[in-house]
Design a protein around this ligand. Structure first.
Ligand SMILES: [Zn+2]
Length: 113
């Protein structure tokens, strides 16, 4: 999981900060070009990162999975990164729906007072 850097725009050197772990980096590049592995926990809706974490606990990382696939006769890599992105998007969809439901309940509670 990568750091999600946010920072100053329009300056020559920028102080960018990770929205997850708070890591600060001084960089001449925009936030889109600064990469770092983030030590923070995934957010609850990032289901792809949680699945990756659960598989890593079992000892299965992308390299090992691709090795197993190769031994089983598959010649192409698994495309794990794309699957992680899709699972994260699914979790984001779920988060948005739960957010709307929570707001509706909050409005209903205000209406009964
Ligand atoms: Zn980070």
């Amino acid at each position: 999981m990568r750091c999600e850097f946010i920072g100053d725009a329009g300056k020559t050197w920028r102080d960018v900060t990770c929205a997850r772990c708070g890591r600060r980096v001084r960089s001449p590049h925009s936030t889109a070009k600064v990469y770092a592995t983030c030590p923070a926990w995934p957010r609850w809706w990032e289901l792809g990162h949680w699945a990756e974490f659960a598989l890593a606990v079992l000892g299965i990382n992308q390299d090992r999975w691709n090795w197993i696939r190769f031994r089983l006769g598959f010649t192409t890599p698994c495309g794990c990164d794309g699957k992680i992105v899709k699972l994260n998007e699914s979790g984001g969809w779920l988060r948005d729906r739960l957010d709307v439901i929570g707001r509706l309940f909050a409005v209903c509670r205000l209406g009964t007072r």
